[in-house]
Design a protein around this ligand. Sequence first.
Ligand SMILES: Cc1cc2nc3c(=O)[nH]c(=O)nc-3n(C[C@H](O)[C@H](O)[C@H](O)COP(=O)(O)O)c2cc1C
Length: 408
Amino acid sequence: MTSINDPLTLPNGVTLRNRIVKSAMSEALADAYNNPSQALISLFAQWGAGGAGVIITGNTPVDRKHLEHAGNFVLDEHTDMRKVDALVAAGKSGGAAFLVQLAHAGRQTPEIVNPHPTSISDVRLDLPGYGKPAPLTEEQIPELLRKYAASAKIAQDAGFDGVEIHAAHGYLLSSSLSPRINTRTDRWGGAALENRARLLLEVVRAVRAAVEPGFIVAVKLNSSDFQKGGFDHEESVQVAVMLEAEGVDFIEISGGNFEEPKAYSHAKKSGSTQMREAYFLEYAAAIKDALSIPLMVTGGFRSASVMNAALENGKTDLIGMGRPFITEPGFAAKLLSGEIGRAPAVEETFPPADELPRGAVLSWFCTQIARVGRKGQADLALPVVEGHEQYLAAIERVTQKWAAAQKL
Ligand SMILES: Cc1cc2nc3c(=O)[nH]c(=O)nc-3n(C[C@H](O)[C@H](O)[C@H](O)COP(=O)(O)O)c2cc1C
């Protein structure tokens, strides 16, 4: 019987101590120079002590012109490595493997950070606050690959155990996979999937070549964009197979993007547990069947029984969770010991997403991340809309400080 308590050995020989992974969650806690702040370090100290087998940082851009927001922490030649050393020590303090999620926001870079971000094409994001992108030129591609490789090497030298390349949720590498967004006609785009997947595969190759074999290289991939004419499930299975051939150690499955935010669904308390939880698990099944490397599925897992059944039935090898780690940073140890049977699921008490302002649930959790980092615990009594408004104000402050620092 495979369970959440079982270790897992990855293709590169590294053994993870259990099957629970803290998935990437953007923290917005970097200082104005995009270095780790004390609050970020404290946040990871709590997650580090919390019992998970693997901890993955939030969106960590490889390029300062393509932040997902001004509060991202960045790993490049300008980073203050003493602060990164403290972050690594915090994340690894309890024995988890600690991974950095390498990203490039592409057309999902906010206008205030970059009014004309580089994307795979000039197709603009259909949301306010994002500028008209400029298509990546052939000449810019080697520099982009160098940036991914350099961040991965810096991560390895700093003591991280690996990287996860973010190719989900509509950022550059994810948008490159989408026929709806990648309208190029050269070898980096168009109808042929092998062209749309080329950038992601080249990034993986550049990263793999820059690090030791024992350094974990994972990829987060959409099971589907859930958009008409977008990257679909069938293509996702094919890309997963291509990634396996590039020596990736595991693939994490999620879905959606900014226009179709499917990654953070939340269910009401009623309804069947099995159906409500793990909303990408059925999509992941076809991917799992096509692969021999481990698969991680993230999104909605809450009950130990559902997690153990998914592992036992071979539907996934790793269980990714996000929001429970904000509500209670140490819940994983209790779930693993059997002290609790369910991860905290405060979002189940929220009104349905379509009755709330756009993005409210996500930004409530962002407010709580900052609270855990600064004060040591979430404020579960905070109303959703208030948490949402607090985040909008906080990100505005972070952005102003960041903008002021850019002018120095
Ligand atoms: C506040 C917040 C920030 C997130 N930031 C990221 C991110 O930076 N990168 C990423 O791949 N996913 C991000 N996610 C998605 C989570 O990794 C995860 O896929 C999602 O929360 C679903 O899992 P859950 O139901 O266990 O929360 C974020 C989710 C939340 C709630």
